[in-house]
Design a protein. Sequence first.
Length: 106
Amino acid sequence: MAIQTIELDPNATSYTDDEIVGKVNTASDNISRAGSVTAAARPLVDDEVTAAKVADGVAKANLDAMAATARGYIQTAPTVGEFPVIGIKRDAGGKIDVSYDDVAIE
């Protein structure tokens, strides 16, 4: 395992909505609507998660309930093939630095 870091520049040139649509429309891979949104990527509906699906973890639940700026850690939940985020900060120049594990979740 090695910690890697990337830097995001919020002042970098970004695409307009029309440019994004143009890129999507000219993409060589087809996009199917049915497969584009997984259950994990959408908001939960009432009663979708029951107590039986929630693991025990009172301390974690208490930390998660804290305000994001008071918590002191980044919540991350990578799945198979994704990389755990270790830390994130905004440097003095206004750029975002992200550190992550270079070994994907198996």
